[in-house]
Design a protein around this ligand. Structure first.
Ligand code: XIL
Length: 310
């Protein structure tokens, strides 16, 4: 909705061809978010997400569902409505039962809770459910999602968790607490939206391992590697080499951890990347150029995956 272009999935045939050929797991970038799938209080809009799930099935791909409890991209009726606590709770509950139930048996992993902590490890009060109902709503969201689709693996998902720190500590203690309460939490995911301004995430394997040690799956869910573009707008060869090495660092981290079995990049062509829209002056964050020509990062990921399969 904030994108300056239409959903490529619906009209770009070369895009669909590459998507079908190169990947065995897909994730809707926007189409399962509240503002898209639940645009009015009494109306759901499943069409665009259904098309993605159908495409995945036709191409033998699994699907990651994204997302159920988030502070962002919620519809105006929810953000601006005035609800009692009981109403808000029942709105979330019926949303989760309706959406997760609609895709029952067809989603491998759901990002149940997205970005629920601030950088300082405190619950994000921008999340209206957390602000109004308290952090206990997170456990309820997992319970409801599990009832609606007992086979889906249910995840916590966030950015800024690629290095150890208070945010990772907050997730680790939440995960321990939920598991101790027998809440159906199955995984912890790092989005991995990286910028070459901040260095490669060379401690990521260690972070994922802490969650693996709790018996959880781990995943990389939204990897991209943005860079400051030169005045020409075209990355240098050196920037592309560095970018490839960041992609490899993240894939190696996932491969090093037993229960890290899901690896998703956030778009595969710069043609439709969210990065230039959200990070002015940065770009070129994906593994393919606008015309789907492959960057060094593509070949590095391919070679690393091939080597790991042996
Ligand atoms: C982004 C999408 O890529 C954009 O198209 C949209 O306008 C805003 O959201 N973390 C998330 C994703 O969990 O849902 C976000 O996706 C990127 C950051």
């Amino acid at each position: 909705m904030d994108q300056p272009y239409p959903d490529p999935f619906t009209y770009d045939r070369p895009y669909r061809k590459v998507l079908a050929r190169e990947f065995n797991s897909v994730s809707p970038e926007n189409q399962m978010k509240w503002e898209f799938i639940h645009p009015e209080r009494n109306r759901y809009n499943f069409g665009p997400a259904d098309a993605i799930v159908r495409f995945a099935r036709a191409n033998g791909q699994v699907v990651r569902g994204h997302t159920l409890l988030w502070h962002s991209q919620n519809p105006a009726w929810l953000n601006e409505g005035t609800f009692t606590k009981a109403e808000l709770r029942s709105i979330l509950k019926s949303h989760i039962f309706t959406v997760v139930g609609h895709y029952r048996g067809q989603i491998q992993q759901w990002d149940v809770a997205n970005e629920i902590f601030n950088e300082n490890g405190e619950y994000r009060q921008e999340n209206i459910f957390i602000a109004e109902l308290g952090p206990g709503i997170v456990a309820d969201a997992f319970r409801w999602a599990h009832q609606a689709d007992p086979k889906a693996q249910l995840f916590l998902n966030d950015y800024g968790v690629e290095w150890p720190g208070v945010k990772v500590d907050a997730y680790e203690s939440l995960a321990k607490q939920l598991l101790a309460q027998r809440v159906p939490l199955h995984g912890f995911a790092s989005q991995a939206h990286l910028s070459m301004r901040y260095g490669a995430p060379d401690q990521l394997a260690g972070v994922l391992q802490r969650f693996d040690d709790l018996g959880l799956h781990t995943a990389i869910t939204e990897l991209d590697v943005r860079m400051d573009l030169p005045a020409s707008g075209v990355p240098t060869a050196e920037q592309l080499t560095t970018q490839a090495s960041y992609y490899k660092t993240v894939l190696d981290a996932c491969l090093a951890v037993d229960g890290c079995n899901s690896f998703t990049i956030w778009g595969f062509t710069d043609k439709y990347s969210w990065v230039p829209v959200f990070f002015p002056s940065e770009g070129a964050a994906t593994i393919m150029w606008d015309d789907f020509a492959k960057k060094p990062a593509y070949y590095t990921l391919r070679d690393t995956l091939r080597a790991a399969r042996r």
